[in-house]
Write a protein that binds this ligand. Structure first.
Ligand code: PMV
Length: 366
């Protein structure tokens, strides 16, 4: 951790800048933030698990894709009282609902880590990642908060420090978590994750995925606990599923690397079958998988912990992705997104500051 020469944030100081700033933060809303002093900003993006949810908890490899179109931003700045502004809740931090406990944990843990007094600060969270849909919302909000607080303190955290702080919040959110989400919401490339170790995954050609939302939420801790109990009762049955999911994850990584979308899609359908056997699918998810088959999707599976949430499908191209979104809507999906995976040789172009981080630099340099 690189500490600044002096830590000039004292959150007990009343705000010096635009007092309406908290009402104006939204993604890319640069003007409203310009000129705010003694604040910090952070952002992170959503993720979808391509293969290996649940099995990753037992040491098997998993692959997650970045969802760069779904973003979360967090800001923290000095204020007379401790408040939080978000879509979910606006008010005093001490009265925030349980869903905000992880992000408040991230705020406190990071403040402790960087030696900041956060007794009194204004926190604003803005996110386009839907809550409790297996798309990494909780990890992304926590990662954005860790960045915002360290940014406010003028401290550059290492990747490991950031990961550890996000994990503290993730463990509050989900019980013991594998750490996959904490890595995936900060990675610009697909990531292979096993036993705490993330590695970048090569992508040979552009791929178009669709995410369809059942409109129902799945509780990660309930799903993870359900699998754990099933494994206690029938260890050999569950271990054979974990083994199959591990093989599918490795083979999916190969398919991404060779650009074999037919193989990848087939693996997605096979992965779904294993997740059904684990008991983490749900009727609303099954209906969308059936729609994917009928709509000729190359592959489809639930993504995230299951029991609700979203389906991830592989389309043949952009037009097919649009058609699939219509099919999913007819089959009960409440909304759908297209997301593209860029080949690794083009991914570097994406490796640039987000609007918000660039904005913060402008503010610092002003
Ligand atoms: O539903 P999500 O996005 O929180 O994903 C959970 C993934 C699991 O493998 C089920 C749990 C974990 O800790 O990896």
């Amino acid at each position: 951790m690189q500490k600044p020469d002096s830590n000039d944030i004292n959150v007990k100081t009343p705000p010096e800048a635009d007092p309406t700033f908290g009402d104006h933060l939204s993604l890319g809303a640069g003007r409203a933030l310009r000129g705010v002093s003694h604040g910090g900003l952070g952002s992170a993006h959503g993720k979808a698990i391509l293969m290996g949810e649940h099995s990753v908890v037992y040491g098997a490899p998993a692959v997650a894709l970045p969802l760069l179109d779904l973003q979360t931003a967090a800001s923290v700045r000095t204020s007379a009282s401790a408040t939080i502004t978000s879509d979910l809740y606006t008010g005093h931090i001490s009265k925030a609902p349980r869903q905000l406990k992880p992000v408040i944990t991230a705020l406190r843990a990071t403040a402790d880590h960087v030696g900041l007094n956060i007794e009194s600060c204004e926190v604003v969270i803005s996110s386009t990642i839907p809550l409790e849909r297996g798309l990494g919302s909780s990890a992304a909000v926590s990662a954005a908060m860790v960045r915002a607080v360290s940014n406010a303190a003028g401290v550059t955290l290492s990747a490991e420090e950031t990961f550890n702080l996000v994990q503290i919040a993730e463990n509050v959110a989900h019980g013991t978590s594998s750490g996959l989400d904490a890595h995936a919401v900060r990675s610009l490339t697909p990531v292979r994750f096993q036993k705490g170790n993330p590695t970048d995954v090569e992508v040979a050609k552009p791929l178009t995925f669709v995410i369809a939302d059942t409109g129902t939420s799945g509780s990660t801790s309930a799903a993870v606990n359900g699998v754990r109990m099933l494994r206690e009762q029938t260890p050999r049955y569950v271990d054979s599923i974990i083994e199959s999911l591990a093989d599918l994850a490795e083979s999916s990584i190969e398919a991404l690397g060779t650009g074999d979308e037919n193989k990848l899609g087939t693996h997605m359908y096979e992965g779904q079958e294993q997740l059904v056997r684990l008991g983490v699918s749900a009727p609303a998810l099954d209906a969308l998988i059936e729609a994917a088959h009928k709509g000729d999707a190359l592959g489809a599976k639930l993504t995230g912990s299951g029991l609700g949430g979203c389906v991830l499908a592989l389309a043949k191209d952009q037009d097919h992705a649009s058609a699939l979104i219509e099919d999913f809507t007819e089959a009960g999906a409440t909304r759908g997104w297209k997301t593209s995976l860029v080949p690794s040789d083009l991914a570097d172009e994406y490796d640039q500051e987000t609007g918000l981080e660039a904005l913060f630099d402008n503010q610092e340099n002003a």
